[in-house]
Ligand binder design. Structure first.
Ligand code: TYD
Length: 139
């Protein structure tokens, strides 16, 4: 998605079911999120001060959730930057394809849960920022 911008990202408030024993958040394809989940992965044991995810995807859409702890999600469309601080398991950020992302400021014990629209494909990554800038300008 060469034309996507940071304004196409959405902060999602996910449903919360409260029980005396704790809370539950359930996410269904096409209901709380606008795509079908093909893959789930999570980042954990991130060392203090480490940043992750300096890349963009050409096709992949994602929802990113702080399942535990907190971190900052920095999104860049080549022109405008936007930061979401995620710290609640019932909040998520929907990201369309074609945006550069970085994750940093992980709290200790943070878990970054990612719901992804495609299986893993190394060819879908843009890992060089200069290549990303060229990609966004090729519209
Ligand atoms: P990468 O996406 O580069 O991590 P991050 O951008 O969060 O720092 O992935 C790190 C490594 O894990 C890389 O070798 C690819 C591998 N990987 C998979 O094999 N499957 C996956 O679903 C993901 C997300 C990564």
């Amino acid at each position: 998605m060469k034309r996507s911008t940071v304004f196409n990202c959405t902060l999602l408030q996910l449903p919360r079911i409260s029980t005396p024993g704790g809370n539950i958040t359930a996410i269904n394809n096409g209901i709380e999120i606008p795509f079908d989940v093909q893959r789930v992965y999570y980042l954990y044991d991130v060392p203090g001060g480490e940043s992750r995810g300096g890349h963009a995807h050409k096709i992949l859409e994602q929802v990113i959730i702080a399942a535990s702890g907190s971190f900052d999600l920095q999104i860049d469309d080549g022109k405008v930057k936007r930061t979401f601080t995620l710290s609640r398991p019932y909040m998520g950020v929907y990201m369309p394809a074609g945006l550069w992302r970085e994750l940093d400021n992980f709290s200790s014990g943070a878990i970054c849960l990612v719901l992804a629209s495609e299986e893993y494909d190394a060819a879908d990554y843009i890992r060089e920022y200069s290549e990303f800038k060229n990609y966004k300008h090729e519209v």
